[in-house]
Design a protein around this ligand. Structure first.
Ligand code: CA2
Length: 161
């Protein structure tokens, strides 16, 4: 029998247009690509004994499917919902339903930007929000998750013979 994995996994979700990071608007979003951020998160998580499942989609329904599938599979969700932050009650509902700790991340300080970016529907489901620190925000979110992550289920008691 294959022993169950004891490494806890954190799901890191990225919403629309974040696949374009590093190519345009570096003055707002920095010069790092999403692949650079994934590599940094994986490296940092490994030093904490965690694994990272890092994904990006431009589609709201895909993000919702991934959130629903996270239940019982990962210890917590870090999400940068991109522009869906400001529009998506559907993503909010999925995050509320999944009953996992959620940390919301934004590269930019959304509170310094246009009024429509200053409201987040997703924040209602988040244990905390990190914004304005660029790609380092993802590392801060992984650190925060170490205190929030759902511990793996305890193995059943084995009676001594
Ligand atoms: O600051 C953030 O992380 C945002 O979630 C990024 C979203 C934006 O809609 C939110 O208001 C704040 C946009 C991500 C788009 O990223 C691009 C990167 C390079 C070029 C074009 C878009």
């Amino acid at each position: 029998m294959i022993p169950p994995s004891t490494t806890q996994t954190i799901l890191i979700l990225n919403g629309p247009n974040l696949n374009l990071l590093g190519s345009r608007q570096p003055e707002i979003y920095g010069r790092e690509t999403l692949a650079d951020i994934e590599a940094a998160c994986s490296r940092h998580a490994r030093t904490l004994g965690l694994a990272v499942d890092f994904r990006q989609s431009n589609h709201e329904g895909q993000l919702i499917d991934w959130i629903q599938q996270a239940r019982g599979r990962v210890a917590g969700i870090i999400i940068n919902p991109g522009a869906y932050t400001h529009t998506s009650i559907a993503i909010l509902d999925a995050l509320l339903a999944v009953e996992l700790p959620v940390v919301e991340v934004h590269l930019s300080n959304i509170h310094q930007r246009e009024p429509f970016r200053q409201q987040s529907f997703v924040s209602k489901a988040a244990r905390g929000v990190i914004c304005g620190f660029g790609s380092h925000g993802y590392i801060l979110a992984v650190d925060a998750m170490t205190r929030l992550a759902v511990p793996p289920a305890a193995p059943p008691d084995i009676e001594e013979a």
